[in-house]
Design a protein around this ligand. Structure first.
Ligand code: ADP
Length: 484
């Protein structure tokens, strides 16, 4: 699917949200219907109760009237009047309750009429009783009862018609409510199951279309750093696919840059280093007088040319070494080494430099110490340390190289009485192109690469390198190499 990442995220949000909204809507509809059923039931109960009350009221009033006929005491009269007054208010309550349904309103009209008729009858009987005609017209309380019962009977018949529907509602409403309850429970259970299925489906969708491809991307970043071949393109048209395409472009550019760098390096080592080496050799021959003696001016120019050539060769060698270190091609071949031999060879290489400043290079060690190492590479390290020590020491001072056997490692120190290394530079000087700026111009004589190369060589031996120095008290550069 050609979806953008933002679209996928929108799907992740919108899909569950729409589902939840539908779910809530269905649930609320069901609840509404259940509530309507409950309301219908309550309403029916109220209509039935109110109707029953009306009938009971009539019976009570009739009974009070019969009691009045038998013994018209003050108390019985009050009782009758109280009952009679209640009937219109009951009628009003019932009217209000049925006002919502046209059919019930029609039935209520009948009830209303028969109630009024019965009331008029009751009032007429009462008037008859009061006018003393009772003895003549109403032969007995039995006759009275008969007339009242006929009137109330008509009312009851109409009341029955009024509440017939309500009784049916009262009967079926609980069943309908139970059905809605079951539906709500089923809807809830179904909703939960669907929700879980939707969550799993979305998680799979995200994992397939995003997380797995992001993982490939992360692996590609690691591969770029490690200069390895990248994974095949992740495919698609989203931001991840674009990023992956950029990674592939970047890897191609890097490979191209790497190829060009290799070409420059081989050009530097063959087309620059080799002619410089032969130039250096020729200058040495000229200096030896093989092609005739030079005058004093000639010697001076030759010495300057020789030192420039040597500096250039050193710079090229350093650059080639740094490249080797960066491309992981720096290898060391460990052989048994003797410290004495290593120190002597290294001192030979810096002797001219030391002599020029009348500096004495002293060797200190308790006997000849042996350890495994790459002779050429370690000599390069010691020469660099001795060269720096001589460069930075005052004239006619001493530079000491000493070796000690410690627990599980051998420590070689090159100690001088130069300006020392300021505290904030003691780690930095081992990084590439880092030189302590003192304003004496000596840093210009170097490349700032020697100690970085030394550190790489020592670490390739499994050792460590560092410097102890108190400002103005000289420097003590040390290397610690495993003794086995
Ligand atoms: P380079 O000597 O070619 O500049 P290095 O990496 O060998 O490069 O040394 C880096 C810097 O460390 C030097 O420029 C100098 O500032 C400082 N340094 C190294 N050795 C000494 C020393 N023995 N005394 C004082 N400073 C030193």
């Amino acid at each position: 699917m050609q979806l953008k990442l933002t679209h996928k995220l929108l799907i992740l949000v919108i899909l569950p949200l729409s589902f939840e909204l539908c779910f809530v809507f269905v649930l609320s509809e069901l609840l509404k219907k259940a509530e309507i059923e409950l309301h219908r039931e309550t309403h029916s109960k109220a209509v039935i109760a109110e109707s029953n009350e009306l009938v009971k009221n009539f019976y009570d009033t009739s009974s009070a009237l019969i009691a009045y006929a038998v013994s018209p005491s003050q108390q019985v009269t009050a009782e009758y009047l109280k009952r009679v007054e209640l009937i219109p208010s009951r009628l009003r309550s019932l009217e209000l309750l049925v006002s919502g349904s046209e059919r019930q309103k029609a039935a209520f009209a009948e009830v209303y009429a028969s109630t009024n008729k019965a009331l008029t009858l009751l009032k007429k009987i009462k008037e008859d009783l009061d006018s003393g005609e009772s003895a003549r017209n109403l032969a007995s309380a039995g006759l009275l009862r008969k007339r009242v019962t006929t009137a109330v009977g008509a009312l009851i018949t109409h009341i029955h018609e009024l509440v017939a529907d309500e009784r049916q509602i009262e009967e079926v409403a609980p069943q309908a409510q139970a059905r809605f309850r079951d539906l709500i429970v089923a809807c809830l259970a179904g909703g939960i199951v669907l929700n879980i299925l939707l969550a799993v489906a979305l998680a799979l969708f995200v994992s397939q279309s995003t997380v797995n491809r992001l993982r490939v991307l992360m692996d590609n970043t690691r591969r770029i750093v490690g200069r390895q071949q990248l994974n095949p393109a992740v495919g698609g048209n989203d931001e991840i696919a674009h990023l992956d395409a950029t990674f592939h472009d970047m890897a191609r550019e890097l490979a191209l840059a790497e190829k060009q760098k290799q070409e420059v390096i081989s050009m530097v080592s063959h087309d620059l280093r080799s002619p410089l080496m032969s130039l250096d050799f020729s200058l040495t021959l000229i200096g030896s007088g093989k092609y005739g003696e030079l005058n004093e001016r000639g010697h001076k120019e030759l010495t300057s040319a020789e030192s420039s050539t040597k500096r250039l060769i050193r710079l090229i060698n350093d650059l080639l070494d740094i490249e080797k270190i960066e491309s992981g091609k720096l290898t060391v071949l460990k052989m048994p080494l003797s410290f004495t031999a290593l120190a002597e060879h290294s001192i030979d290489s810096v002797q001219a430099l030391a002599a020029a400043k009348e500096i004495t290079v002293k060797v200190e060690s308790a006997g000849d110490i042996e350890f495994p190492g790459d002779a050429d590479r370690l000599e390069q390290v010691i020469i660099n340390l001795l060269g720096n020590a001589i460069k930075f020491s005052p004239n006619q001072s001493d530079v000491t190289i000493k070796c000690e056997e410690k627990d599980k490692f051998v420590e070689i120190r090159v100690i001088d009485s130069g300006p020392g290394i300021p505290a904030d530079y003691r780690k930095k000087v081992f990084d590439r192109f880092q030189q302590v700026s003192r304003g004496d111009g000596k840093e210009k004589e170097g490349t700032g690469l020697g100690l970085a190369i030394s550190r790489a060589i020592v670490e390739a031996h499994g050792g460590t390198i560092g410097v102890d120095s108190e400002g103005g008290q000289g420097s003590s550069f040390w290397i610690r190499l495993p003794d086995a």
